[in-house]
Ligand binder design. Structure first.
Ligand SMILES: *Cc1c(COP(=O)(O)O)cnc(C)c1O
Length: 361
């Protein structure tokens, strides 16, 4: 060898490509490609971030005590069972490094969130994908893949990029049917947007045993993706493991302050959720009336099925020419689809109008 050589499994990983944000010829394109929340950051979060600048010579509290207490108070959870991460992505990776590794198998769903596969392969796990039914996680297909080597199952509920969610009864059936030593990770990045009645973000199953973790994020409904702030709620033994392997200071002073302020922002959650429900319904109806197939969504985006790859590409190009960026989902095995984030009412109207023109033109 004449130069450094990375571990071979790294080359089985395709790097994560986020939603695009730049569009040639448009200074301020309409960015509906990353599910960032419709309203920008909470005003209170912006304010405390600026204030935190004066004390940035101080190291953060590595255990994020105040932030965990604020999360616990907001969601009615024991702060000792919460771990914060530099985005929930970091917590997903730490869980995989801690409970996966070479010789183990990780199961995710066919169109599940990309990070499970990237982090799983990097950790040396064999990543298995269970087929979906109607673009929805299929519990039986997951159970069919379980072997003695299975250590972890990852479900995004609702899932990105499909927007579909499993009812709580199905999540419970999955948990009951998995061997007790298999860790079930419920990624609830979009929990706040769910409308269906039979839904629990994961708290019930975390509380019911020692083998389920729920992850959450400030990146979506709280509009703080750029601050990198996520958290998980886990059984005590798993919290202990995560606290051993996490970086010493995962949450910087700015993100911690902003997170606490975001949780305290009056009616932020309620307003955002109501807006999303209204606009998601309106966008779904308008696109459906234009003859497009929209996958029923429980999140802050909709997946549109254009049937053919050519038509999806043409629609994408049509929107780009008009200053609108949506998300291609080829890397998720859905090259005939586009994912559209629910933005402001005006942004939703604009994308609906242009796609209607596209369909009629
Ligand atoms: C956006 C997203 C996350 C990542 O959240 P961060 O906290 O920003 O790392 C996790 N899971 C799913 C399904 C997502 O869509």
């Amino acid at each position: 060898m004449t130069k450094p050589v990375a571990r071979p499994e790294i080359f089985s990983v395709a790097s994560y490509v986020g939603g695009e944000s730049k569009l040639a010829g448009f200074e301020n394109p309409t960015k509906l490609s990353s599910n960032e929340g419709a309203f920008g950051p909470p005003p209170g979060a912006i304010k405390v971030m600026a204030q935190a600048a004066a004390t940035m010579h101080r190291y953060p509290d590595g255990g994020s005590t105040k932030l965990r207490e604020a999360i616990g108070a907001k969601f009615g959870l024991d702060p000792a069972r919460i771990v914060c991460g530099n985005g929930s992505d970091e917590l997903l990776s730490l869980l995989i490094q801690s409970y996966g590794g070479p010789g183990t198998e990780l199961i995710m769903s066919e169109h599940g969130f990309a990070i499970y596969e990237i982090a799983g392969k990097l950790a040396g796990c064999t990543v298995l994908k269970a087929p979906e039914t109607s673009l929805t996680t299929d519990v039986d297909a997951i159970l069919f893949l379980v072997t003695p080597a299975t250590r972890m199952v990852f479900i995004a509920n609702p899932n990105n990029p499909t927007g579909t969610a499993l009812p709580q009864s199905e999540v419970e059936r999955l948990r009951d049917s998995l061997p007790p030593h298999v860790l079930l990770v419920l990624d609830a990045a979009y929990a706040e947007y769910v409308e269906r009645a039979d839904y629990d973000a994961g708290v019930k199953l975390v509380d019911a045993g020692e083998n389920t973790v729920m992850t959450r994020t400030f990146s979506k409904i709280f509009g703080m993706g750029g601050a990198r702030l996520g958290w998980c709620y886990a059984p005590a033994a798993i919290v202990d493991v995560l606290n051993r392997v996490r970086p010493p200071f995962p949450i910087n002073n700015f993100a911690a302050a902003a997170g606490i302020a975001a949780l305290a922002e009056p009616s932020w959650l309620e307003t955002s959720r109501a807006h999303n429900s209204t606009e998601r319904r309106r966008l779904t109806e308008r696109l459906t009336q234009s003859g497009l197939k929209v996958i029923p969504s429980e999140a802050n985006f909709v997946l549109v099925d254009f049937v053919t790859v050519e038509r999806a590409s043409a629609a994408d190009a049509y929107l780009r020419q008009r200053g609108i960026i949506v998300r291609q989902v080829k890397s998720y095995g859905l090259p005939h689809c586009l994912r559209i984030t629910i933005g402001t009412s005006e942004e939703c109207s604009r994308v609906a109008e242009h796609l209607t023109e596209f369909c009629h033109g």
